[in-house]
Write a protein that binds this ligand. Structure first.
Ligand SMILES: [Zn+2]
Length: 445
């Protein structure tokens, strides 16, 4: 961790404590705020959030320089070591969480050893428990860093995976560092969970995310917000995959076609009778996109399969869809065929809750203190994130996009974050955590 000089640190801490005592006793912003401070801002918090920029960029450089694709266990081990070391230096109780084989949700693209999680606990003086999440894995295979190395140009810091989600990891680390430096520990417990499998739908971490969500009173997820839209999100899309399998019986297509059971015919029947499963007014989309059948031209096909892409906005729609699929496959064209269907839950949707809306409204007020407008978006944009797993079994407010403003995720375009979003976003996180810990923001109920 890059820290300012000791003298500078003491001065910052004195100013911060003074500001905080004013804030605590009067709920006012200090009158001696300097000219560069927006008139409504808590001056000391605003100042330290600004002073943190060089250290945060230094952390970003270190994180970008370790390639950590979701299937790159060696890279993930190295980056998780770095993150764990930082959290330990900040006084956290740190351990790695490796999913037990029984807790692993295996999907078609799940690697044999998904990345481990970094887990850190900070004990405070209050009651409320706050969870900060971000992910260290990227969609990029090893070797692509050379095309998008870390560099700063003007208001942009470029680098592979910098927006999704290395900025989230860095923002969490420096938020915790500033809370510690300011002596802001009014929470009961502050938990940090950084996982290494978000980009492959969190096969190893989904259970832990749901459990931690249950055990906390507020969840802040640090995916990036957009360059063109400074927002927090209360909703994300759910993604699933339906797999249909038909088993028939092979036979010579010329010699004895009647002895076979044509799996391709049965699959066609099934797809046609399951082409109306979308419910547009509920945001449920089911589209069959892949089909395979047949071995050679002169054989009645013994097997056929198909897959559908599923998007949903409500957790309950997944179970309902599963029931519907199981009911539909009972209607066969060819009684001699076997048909089965399964639903792979890639990622549940995050549904906006009233609790999250209240925290969102408070975040808007905080942003206004520094003269910024914060959008609170309760409609999903199409992507899914880990906030949804964290929200699955809890009534606690869950908010997404606490990270910096970023651009270019999941593409070969130059990925970057905006430097001038660092100070406002650190300020927002610090104020939100401080206020929530102090009970100034409504909790789950
Ligand atoms: Zn991400």
């Amino acid at each position: 961790m890059n820290l300012p000089s000791l003298a500078g640190l003491r001065a910052t801490r004195r100013a911060a404590l003074l500001a905080l005592s004013l804030w605590a006793t009067q709920g006012l912003s200090p009158a001696w705020a300097d000219a560069a401070t927006p008139p409504g801002a808590q001056a000391a918090l605003w100042a330290v959030a600004g002073q943190e920029q060089p250290a945060l960029l230094e952390t970003l450089r270190a994180l970008v320089n370790i390639e950590s694709g979701s299937s790159d266990r060696e890279g993930l081990d190295r980056i998780s070591e770095l993150i764990a070391g930082r959290l330990r230096d900040l006084g956290g109780e740190v351990n790695f969480i490796e999913a037990a084989p029984a807790d692993l949700y295996r999907m078609e693209d799940t690697p044999s050893r998904p990345g481990r999680m970094v887990h850190a606990v900070f004990k405070g003086s209050g009651q409320r428990r706050i969870l900060l999440i971000a992910h260290m894995d990227t969609v990029y295979p090893r070797g692509m860093l050379a095309q998008q190395p870390y560099r700063v140009e003007g208001n942009r810091a470029y680098g592979l995976g910098i927006a999704d989600d290395k900025q989230g990891v860095a923002t969490v680390l420096h938020t915790v560092a500033l809370l510690k430096r300011l002596g802001l520990n009014g929470y009961g417990q502050l938990t940090v969970l950084i996982n290494g499998d978000e980009e492959i739908s969190s096969p190893a971490s989904r259970k832990t995310l749901a459990q931690f969500g249950r055990e906390h009173d507020l969840v802040l997820s640090y995916e990036a917000t957009r360059v063109g839209g400074d927002k927090l999100s209360l909703a994300t899309s759910g993604i699933a995959m339906a797999s249909l399998k038909v088993v028939g019986r092979a036979s010579h297509a010329g010699g004895a076609p009647e002895a076979g059971v044509n799996a391709l015919y049965e699959l066609s029947h099934q797809l046609l009778q399951m082409r109306d499963l979308s419910v547009p007014e509920r945001g449920l989309k089911v589209n069959w996109t892949i089909a395979k059948a047949g071995v050679v031209r002169n054989m009645i096909p013994p097997e056929a399969s198909a897959q559908a892409d599923v998007r949903l906005l409500r957790v309950s729609d997944l179970q309902a869809l599963d029931r519907e699929l199981q009911a539909r496959i009972q209607r066969r064209l060819l009684p001699g065929s076997e048909v089965s269907v399964s639903l792979e839950n890639r990622r549940p949707p995050l549904e906006p809750s009233d609790a999250a809306r209240r925290v969102g409204a408070h975040a808007q007020q905080i942003y206004r203190e520094i003269g910024h407008e914060l959008q609170i978006d309760d409609r999903p944009e199409g992507g899914g994130t880990d906030a949804a797993f964290a929200a699955l079994e809890t009534r606690a407010p869950v908010l997404e996009r606490l990270g910096l403003q970023g651009f270019g995720a999941h593409s070969d375009k130059a990925e970057y974050v905006l430097l001038d979003s660092i100070q406002p976003r650190l300020y927002l996180g610090l104020r939100l955590i401080g206020d929530f810990a102090a009970g100034r923001v409504p909790g789950p109920n």
